[in-house]
Every structure is written in C-alpha cells, then in structure tokens.
Design a binder for this molecule. Structure first.
Ligand code: FES
Length: 132
C-alpha cells in the first residue's frame, strides 16, 4: 500500500527541514545526500519526503502499522508532534533503534524548525528481506 505524495492541502511551507540520506542512490534518482526542504505545519516528514522525490519506504501507507518509515531526528524533536504510545510500540520493532528514532509518517511538523532528519540506509534493505 502506498500513500499519495500529499493527501491533503497544507498551509505555506515555512519550516526548514534538512533530510540526510545515508543511501541517496537507493531512495532518489541522484546521489545527493542532503536535501534542504521547506515543510508546512501539519505535514508529516513522510509526506514531505515523498513530495520531493525521496522514495522512503512506507509499507503500511503511513498509518503506524509497520516500522519501515523509521528515521532519526537529529535536530528539532520539539518542532515535531509528540510520539504516541502506538508509535512508540511500533518503532521498537525497527532495526537500529535509537533514542531519537521516530516513524516519519507519525511526526508532523508543528514548530518553526530547523529540523534535521536522517534516513538510515539499512531501513530499505531490511524491508526487502522481510517476506510479505
Ligand atoms: S509507513 Fe508504516 S508506520 Fe510509517
């Protein structure tokens, strides 16, 4: 199941978000490891990435039912919506769990940033190894 790049309209994109890709070639058409983007408040990190051609995994379609959209928040955790109990339970299943681990589909931009997100390279590979 895959979500559209944007399911609903957001306000103006005013919040700077840097997305760092550990495996840029696996997720985009070029080798650019860092993408400086602008997000709208209310937009999730997953929506933002997809809108800008970063094909991060989101097996459940962004409904907190997998952990393939796992990312690390390197800066700006307070500018993202707080993680729910459901997200915390789910993210624990992700490989490479860290204290700053989040599910990209569950963190919505709420503050003014700047926000820095790292998308681990092995996330994508791990998904491919799990049979559906
Ligand atoms: S896409 Fe499945 S939990 Fe985020």
């Amino acid at each position: 199941m895959h979500m559209k790049a944007s399911d609903h309209d957001h306000g103006p994109a005013t919040v700077p978000v840097r997305i760092i890709l550990e495996d840029p070639h696996g997720l985009t058409e070029d080798d650019k490891p860092e993408h400086d983007l602008m997000a709208a408040k209310g937009e999730s990190i997953l929506e933002l990435a997809l809108e800008h051609g970063i094909s991060m995994e989101h097996t459940c379609g962004g409904v907190c039912a997998c952990s393939t959209c796992h990312c690390y928040v390197e800066k700006g955790m307070d500018d993202l919506s707080e993680s729910t109990e459901a997200e915390e339970d789910r993210v624990e299943e992700a490989p490479g769990l860290q204290r700053n681990s989040r599910l990209a589909c569950q963190c919505e931009v709420i503050g003014d940033g700047p926000i820095v997100i790292r998308i681990p390279a092995w996330n994508r590979n791990a998904v491919k190894e799990v049979p559906h």
